[in-house]
Ligand binder design. Structure first.
Ligand code: HXC
Length: 258
């Protein structure tokens, strides 16, 4: 399918989505969000695709929601459209593993989109921030919630109350970047990481990410129970039988994604 604001490509079992509004540093306009939503639904329904990589360009992952679109909105406009609501957070409810490959600016909604992914790979030039306060608003796509869960209250407050940007190293130290790679290697490394995940069992990966997400959604005792039930569920898959048999037979596993 052809899109105007994103590029969606297939590389084996990997779907690569590239934000494509370079002139405005990939500002996330509503049309782009709608295209992302459509692409994610197609990828989720396609059994031949098991991992997604989301990226931008060398200068910007995304510099936030499109300010030109929002500037004159009234409360009733943003409320009625539920800006920032489920349609904007589709990536957070995506069921397959998602990797954000971030180079350049990941600000505001751009940072929030990265935070909706399971793994954040940052190029050494990446800059993260929630600058909303500097334009008279606050994060609206989960920034105050996911960022706080990712890096803790005091670091999140530091970013959200000042709007300052942090580089890849500070973001990695804070715990929101999984790994830093040289800019030139960003997309190849993200694809390599995605291929590694795709070479394992897709249903087990889905169980695993659901278990990790439970840590953010619920209490410790509920989360531990959810983990246990998901762990038990892995025994209903052929891939668990294959994985353990292969280990005992000292051979590589041949996962069937079942
Ligand atoms: C619309 C944007 C934009 C944005 C950049 N541009 N960010 N347009 N929305 N978020 C446009 C600029 O207007 C400019 O267009 C072009 O992209 C290049 O940007 P420059 O500012 O000239 O580049 P530079 O000097 O390198 O500065 C880069 C920057 C700066 C530091 C990233 O662009 C910036 O501060 N952008 C805004 C960041 C921000 O506040 N994001 C949060 C948005 S609110 P022209 O036409 O002049 O070339 C948000 C809320 C989400 O995300 C929640 C909503 C529910």
């Amino acid at each position: 399918q052809d899109f105007n604001h994103i590029i969606a490509e297939r590389q084996g079992a990997i779907a690569l989505i590239t934000f494509n509004r370079p002139k405005v540093l990939n500002a996330l306009c509503t049309a782009l969000i709608a295209e992302l939503e459509t692409a994610l639904a197609l990828i989720e329904a396609d059994d031949s695709l098991s991992v997604i990589v989301v990226t931008g360009n060398e200068k910007a992952f995304a510099a936030g929601a499109d300010i030109t679109e929002m500037a004159n909105s009234l409360f009733t406009d943003v409320f009625a459209a539920d800006i920032g609501g489920p349609r904007w957070q589709r990536l957070a409810n995506f069921r397959k593993p998602a990797i954000a490959a971030v180079a350049g600016y990941a600000l505001g909604g751009g940072c929030e989109i990265a935070l909706m992914c399971d793994i954040i790979l940052a190029a050494d030039n990446a800059k993260f921030g929630q600058p909303e306060i500097t334009i008279g608003t606050i994060p609206g796509w989960g920034g105050s919630q996911r960022l706080t869960r990712a890096i803790g209250k005091y670091k999140a407050m530091d970013l959200i109350l000042t709007g300052r940007q942090i580089n890849a190293e500070e973001a990695e130290r804070a715990g929101m970047v999984s790994r830093i790679v040289p800019l030139a290697d960003l997309v190849p490394e993200a694809l390599k990481l995605a291929e590694k995940i795709a070479s394992l069992s897709a249903p087990i990966a889905m169980l695993a990410r659901e278990a990790v997400d439970s840590a953010l959604e619920t209490t410790l005792s509920e989360g531990l129970k959810a983990e246990r039930r998901l762990f038990h569920a892995s025994f209903a898959t052929q891939d668990q039988k294959e994985g353990m048999a292969a280990f005992l037979e000292k051979r590589p596993p041949a996962f069937q994604n079942k």
